[in-house]
Design a protein around this ligand. Structure first.
Ligand code: 13P
Length: 339
């Protein structure tokens, strides 16, 4: 393992004022997004949509890395020159990455929880993805905080650690993504206590697997009440509770933490990140690795129409810029209105 190289990549992924675009929706997940905007889920449509993002110079200024899906890392641009989409990302100064997990499956005898699969054959797939240009990878585990089970927390932590070790062995920085879901009616205390438990287990397993923390990026959820909770939380409370849990669990050897948006509104995801950076002195870089919170606006603006590409790129550039500012603690609501 070349730890200096991994550390350099990890630091690029969390460089000041930039963050990660999670464009790694599986074919099934992008179908749900396209459904909402009335776009047929075909290979050329998926390519055209993602190409418009990667070619958006104004947006990509704030993007340090892009997480791709298996199809996208092999796709060529529609420019007639056969330019790989990976090349567009590199030309924009961002690091290409790849989702390598095979999704969360129902846990046997524990139907309220899932375990993420995809370890079989992973070493060979990582070798191939590295050749295709990937320098980081992503593996996501999910947890239902209303029905916690040690078995699922332990199984997912173990899988994340085995994945992370395989990545580092092959010169790829693992994004370690344990996501306590915000889909339920639990309060913010429950999210905090389950996230703390999950992170403790994850870092323990990373240690046993000999994963070097200088060569990973953590992608956690923020500490929020469930979407169906009776009481929601203020921006400051989310920021302070999230930092409290992270400080308890994440060693300062980790170069950076890049949050998922998890179903928060675009503006909430930005406001929370900015408040964390503005209100706290932190041992790691704190940034975004958003899927929905970066893409909902451009998807709506695009709606599958060629003539809407400039509007979609403007929408993407705006969200990328807002989140870039949030990563420095410099965002405020007025900037949204001004735009
Ligand atoms: P969201 O920001 O939409 O939660 O997606 C991030 C991601 O990569 C989930 O795995």
């Amino acid at each position: 393992m070349n730890l200096a190289e991994l550390n350099t990549i990890a630091n690029r992924m969390v460089a000041r004022g930039r963050g990660i675009l999670a464009a790694d929706e599986s074919t099934g997940t992008i179908a749900k997004r396209f459904d909402k905007i009335g776009v047929e889920n075909t290979e050329p449509n998926r390519r055209d949509y993602r190409e418009l993002l990667f070619r958006c110079a104004e947006g990509m200024k704030h993007i340090s890395g892009v997480i791709l899906y298996d199809e996208t890392i092999r796709q060529k641009s529609a420019d007639g020159n056969g330019t790989p989409l990976v090349k567009l990302i590199e030309n924009a100064g961002a690091v290409p990455g790849i989702k390598v997990d095979k999704g969360a499956q129902k846990m046997a005898l524990d139907p309220d929880q899932t375990v993420t699969e995809g370890l079989d054959g992973l070493r060979d797939r990582l070798v191939e993805y590295h050749k295709l240009g990937a320098r980081f990878a992503k593996w996501r585990a999910t947890y239902n905080p209303t029905k916690p089970s040690w078995n699922s927390i332990n199984a997912n932590a173990h899988a994340l650690a085995r994945y992370a070790a395989l990545c580092q062995e092959n010169g790829i920085v693992p994004i370690v993504e344990p996501e306590v879901l915000m889909d339920y009616d639990n309060d913010i205390d429950t999210c905090a206590s389950i996230t703390e438990w999950v992170l403790k287990e994850v870092f323990q397993e990373l240690y046993y697997a000999q994963v070097k923390l200088e060569g990973i990026v953590l992608k956690p959820n923020m500490i929020v009440p469930g979407m169906k909770a009776a009481k929601q939380a203020s921006v400051e409370e989310v920021a302070d509770r999230t930092i409290q849990v992270l400080k308890r669990c994440v060693p300062s050897a980790v170069p950076g933490i890049a949050f998922l948006s998890g179903g928060q509104s675009d503006e909430d995801a930005t406001a929370h990140l900015s408040a964390m950076n503005a209100r706290h002195k932190l041992p790691w870089h704190l940034t975004f690795s958003y899927g929905r919170a970066l893409q909902a606006a451009p998807q709506k603006a695009w709606s599958g129409k060629k003539e809407n590409v400039p509007a979609a790129q403007n929408a993407f550039a705006h969200r990328a810029r807002m989140n870039g500012l949030a990563a420095m603690g410099e965002w405020n609501k007025g900037l949204e209105k001004a735009a």
